[in-house]
Ligand binder design. Structure first.
Ligand code: SF4
Ligand code: SF4
Length: 377
């Protein structure tokens, strides 16, 4: 039996649908990798019709669906967001929500809270309005985000705060933890600025931190800052840099891997894609809801099959030498493809760290490509 036939026979449950509900967003973030069109009060952009949302979920159930993630654009500006939330609640599908918080009214917060096992993360890139609004491009969005978080906490939800760390806000890492505590957050996740879409420009203009700075900051967050708070702190650098205790503990956060073998993206126009990368990379688009059967897309799309057949042996460069590879799965295939047009290219962070002699020797396998090939891949 060929590898392709073996892969087609093996069952891969479609655990989570990532719904990028809206083609528009009410913010204009400088680091956004989805690049939605700006949606002010005057404009509207397409969003996923509720009937299609429901029919996709129905098609996904027999494939193994166990949760949905609602993200964007900005999910809470979807004109029928309450209807979509009602649907997930009635169907008892666990809900993950990623929002910029600005449109989270008290009523929406209560609606989210009454869904099945809701987990909400809210982006906050600074503890002051000027810096947050420099990153997010819209005046007033800092107070609006704080008000959204307050509404969530009043509804008995304890959101995760997500801060993307860059030169402009790096001095606010500790203040962000203190602010998150005072707001009633459950955890803080520090994202590394990725060189994808708009984030590429920030890398080119040195707004991103250097690899040396990121590794040092991540280790300090993991070992020192974590001791000062009861909240979970997650620094989202690749697994090879994380302490083993953080990777394997009972409260492991799944950070550093995206679960690519069990997820599928649905964009605001009903397009099926690997994830939100389908907005900028046409090769990562796999079909369209209402036209293509989800089962056909999930079981037979050639890119998804290539991913299943290749994981984790096909990785190149440092990812081929890394002991974390079976668990980390190259950190982010979408990012790797975006930068290199190659699904199996190594993740940029680890490649750069290795080239500078900063990759942890304890996470390197004795066998694999030699040094020259690792650096060149
Ligand atoms: S990062 Fe999120 S909030 Fe900002 S523009 Fe992109 S989708 Fe909108
Ligand atoms: S080298 Fe690759 S597999 Fe290893 S931690 Fe980095 S991204 Fe993950």
């Amino acid at each position: 039996m060929s590898k392709a036939e073996q892969s087609a026979k093996r069952e891969y449950p479609l655990g989570t649908l990532y719904f990028y509900l809206t083609k528009g967003c009410n913010l204009r973030c400088r680091h956004c990798w989805i690049t939605p069109k700006f949606q002010g009060e005057e404009e509207t952009h397409p969003s996923l019709p509720p009937e299609l949302f429901g029919s996709i979920i129905e098609e996904a159930k027999p494939l193994g669906l166990s949760s949905v993630k609602l993200t964007g654009g900005e999910p809470l500006i979807h004109p029928q967001i309450t209807e979509l939330l009602d649907y997930t609640r009635t169907e008892k599908i666990p809900l993950v929500m990623e929002t910029n918080g600005t449109a989270c009214t008290a009523e929406i917060a209560r609606s989210i809270a009454s869904c099945e096992r809701p987990f909400v993360s809210v982006s906050l890139d600074s503890t002051d309005a000027a810096t947050h609004e420099w990153v997010r491009g819209v005046k007033g969005c800092f107070d609006a985000a704080l008000s959204g978080i307050k509404n969530l906490v009043d509804a008995k939800l304890h959101p995760q705060i997500i801060m993307t760390v860059m030169r402009r806000n790096v001095s606010q890492v500790t203040p962000m933890v203190r602010l998150a505590e005072s707001l009633g957050a459950e955890s803080v996740k520090f994202n590394v600025l990725q060189p994808t879409a708009r984030g590429e420009h920030l890398h080119e203009t040195q707004e991103s931190l250097t690899i040396e700075e990121l590794i040092e900051l991540g280790r300090w967050v993991d070992t020192e800052l974590s001791k000062t708070t009861k909240m979970r702190l997650i620094f989202d650098y690749p697994m090879a840099f994380r302490p083993l205790g953080k990777i394997y503990s009972s409260r492991a956060d799944g950070c550093g891997t995206c679960g690519v073998l069990g997820i599928l993206g649905v964009l605001g126009d009903g397009t099926y894609a690997l994830c939100g990368i389908g907005e900028t990379v046409p090769e990562m688009v796999f079909g369209r809801a209402g036209i293509d059967r989800l089962e056909d897309v999930w079981k037979h799309n050639p890119v998804l099959q290539e991913i299943r057949e290749g994981m984790p042996k096909a990785f190149k460069g440092i990812c081929a030498r890394c002991l974390m590879r079976p668990r980390c799965l190259g950190s982010c295939l979408a990012q790797n493809y975006y930068s290199n047009h190659d699904l199996w290219a190594p993740f940029w962070f680890c490649k750069e760290a290795y080239g500078k002699g900063l990759f942890p020797a304890t996470r390197l396998a004795g066998e694999g490509p030699d040094d020259k090939s690792v650096v060149a891949a």
